[in-house]
Design a protein around this ligand. Structure first.
Ligand SMILES: [Zn+2]
Ligand SMILES: [Zn+2]
Length: 182
């Protein structure tokens, strides 16, 4: 990716807890993680003039994952350490810990019993792109014809120029950065 882009991450975490139905003595946390990328196009860098979102799609850099962890106790520091050792992600571990603790404190949940805790994490990488002046295949602007992003590197071209580049001329990578076409 070139220097005219920046990105940030947004986490959406849903936690539900219930008493373990089996005769298990320890609590269990199951974490489902999915990754998305949302592309936002702007005229100037640093988010000063946000123009449009180009929608979101599954993030090609990360696979969805499911993780199951047994917990001997549910103290905040233990929860955090256990999560962090496994996820190696400070922010994510901290957020899950906070959401999980909030869920334990639900009034209707019996205290002191092993719990089954389900955590659904939707992580969205927002990528901010600066709008390009012109298509680097035909050197014309984007006023007249629809634009399309190259998958993965998000360079901007006319939809028809990119189609021609890949389908008719048989290239298999981005004309600007050689990012492979998948
Ligand atoms: Zn073009
Ligand atoms: Zn590219």
């Amino acid at each position: 990716m070139d220097t005219k882009s920046s990105s940030s991450r947004f986490l959406d975490i849903q936690v539900t807890a219930r008493v373990q139905s089996s005769s298990s003595y320890s609590s269990e946390v199951i974490i489902f993680q999915s990754h998305h990328v949302e592309i936002l196009l702007q005229d100037k860098p640093n988010g000063s003039s946000l123009i449009e979102t180009l929608g979101s799609c599954p993030d090609p850099r990360h696979k969805d994952s499911t993780l199951s962890l047994a917990f001997d106790n549910l103290t905040p520091s233990y929860i955090f350490q256990r999560l962090f050792n496994k996820l190696k992600d400070y922010d994510l571990s901290k957020h899950i810990k906070e959401c999980t603790i909030g869920e334990f404190q639900r009034r209707d949940l019996p205290q002191g019993q092993p719990l089954l805790i389900t955590v659904v994490v939707k992580s969205t990488r927002k990528v901010y792109l600066e709008r390009e002046e012109m298509c680097s295949i035909c050197f014309e602007d984007f006023e007249s014809k629809p634009m399309r992003l190259f998958p993965g590197c998000f360079h901007q071209f006319h939809r028809e120029c990119l189609f021609e580049w890949i389908e008719r001329r048989g290239h298999d990578s981005c004309p600007l950065c050689r990012h492979p076409f998948e």
